[in-house]
Design a binder for this molecule. Sequence first.
Ligand code: NAD
Length: 239
Amino acid sequence: MATVVITGAGQGLGRADAVRLAADGWSVVCLDLNGDLAAETAELVGGTSFAVDVTDRDAVLAVADEVPECTALVNNAGIWKFHSILDMTPEQARSVFEVNVLGIIWCTQAFVPKMKAAGTGSIVNMSSGAAWTSSPGLGLYPATKSGVESLTKTMALELGPDNIRANAIGPGLIVSDGTAANYQGDAAAKRAKGVPMARVGDPTDIADVVAFLCGNDSRYVSGQVIYVDGAVTAGALAR
Ligand SMILES: NC(=O)c1ccc[n+]([C@@H]2O[C@H](COP(=O)([O-])OP(=O)(O)OC[C@H]3O[C@@H](n4cnc5c(N)ncnc54)[C@H](O)[C@@H]3O)[C@@H](O)[C@H]2O)c1
């Protein structure tokens, strides 16, 4: 059975990805900073879990030593700290960059050798609509997600000869564990008014596309970014 490694699998989009991929028959390895949540997801999907900080390269490499095979990697773990450019502290900037960009590189370095051994692989990196259209006060987050998209293209070019694909997904407004506080009361309905498809998204909206990109149906798709956002980015200039 094929094995997928998912970072940030303890909750939110990562957990939804785990549920969907397990339903497709994948053996799921759940990685998260929060080991208890990762273990909960693993129990839910009959997979395995590891508590690991994706910014700790040595720790990620040690986890990879414990995982016998990997043919798909979902680099989903991400954080955001919102503030103006002028207020940004070195700690805020470094932490967001280290998780959202360097974490993807360390996990890719750790798991690609297993894909090469298998002769096939798919990497899915989690970007954001914020890579395409920013707003005041989003801090370094949009820049890190633009970086994710750029990295994805480089990965696709470097790893294509090994039959390893790399793509990114740009979620729009998705109600997850991490963002639920933004959708309390009538906030979800208000936010939905800015979405051409007139609703905010659910983690399963993303997980279904993750499943497509991990699976064989996307076997000739690489170096692409798919925005899964109810057409928000399509109309960004019009607003
Ligand atoms: N929810 C949205 O609306 C939305 C929109 C655009 C992009 N995204 C992206 O999707 C991804 C998932 O978002 P979410 O809403 O599910 O977030 P979330 O906060 O609900 O879950 C993120 C998970 O990542 C884990 N994590 C954080 N730092 C980590 C680290 N250093 N090492 C390992 N695990 C770590 C957390 O413990 C948590 O379980 C992120 O990359 C985010 O930027 C989300």
